[in-house]
Design a protein around this ligand. Structure first.
Ligand code: SME
Length: 166
């Protein structure tokens, strides 16, 4: 059994240190990308308060085999939109630009895709392998401005850890 639940009111640095250790322990030596993404989505949900969605979109071909887009991966939360074109919404912008998107108010973000009407703020971090975006980690919160620069740094470290494991 795994019991990675963090203590209450842990400082961000310690929280992400523990989260990364737990993610490392769960994914080390496991080659199945879906299993690793599923466990990390569950960890994000356990460790980070005030979320309504936590999970992955992977880069893959369109249904007709066309140019790459984002395809829904393992997550915790309400059912979400399955396919997101590069450059569309917060996730598609992160995938296209290869940069973290820290959005305090999703309603002010051009093209934001409302998968869950409860979402008010969002953090999306690209996962980059050998210079190419292979996935994004997406966190949504029902609270405005839920995510800080410390969250962005922490999730970027997680993305770097996972680059060769998903
Ligand atoms: N809001 C995202 C779509 C994904 S859901 O939040 C899970 C976006 O604008 O890209």
């Amino acid at each position: 059994m795994y019991d990675f639940k963090p203590g209450a009111a842990v400082a961000a640095e310690e929280l992400y240190h523990d989260l990364l250790n737990a993610a490392d322990a769960l994914t080390a030596g496991e080659p199945d990308a879906v299993a690793n993404m599923a466990n990390v989505a569950a960890l994000l949900w356990e460790f980070l308060p005030d979320l309504n969605w936590a999970g992955f979109y992977r880069v893959g071909p369109t249904k007709s085999g066309g140019a790459d887009e984002l395809v829904l991966g393992p997550f915790v939360g309400r059912p979400a939109c399955i396919r997101i074109p590069f450059g569309t919404g917060v996730c598609g912008t992160a995938a296209q630009s290869g940069t973290t998107q820290l959005v305090a108010d999703v309603h002010a973000f051009p093209g934001h895709i409302a998968c869950d009407a409860a979402s008010q703020s969002e953090l999306v971090v690209p996962v980059v392998r050998k210079g190419a975006v292979i996935a994004v980690i997406d966190l949504d919160s029902p609270s405005p401005a839920r995510f800080t620069a410390e969250d962005a740094v922490g999730i970027e470290s997680l993305a770097a850890l996972l680059a060769d494991r998903i």
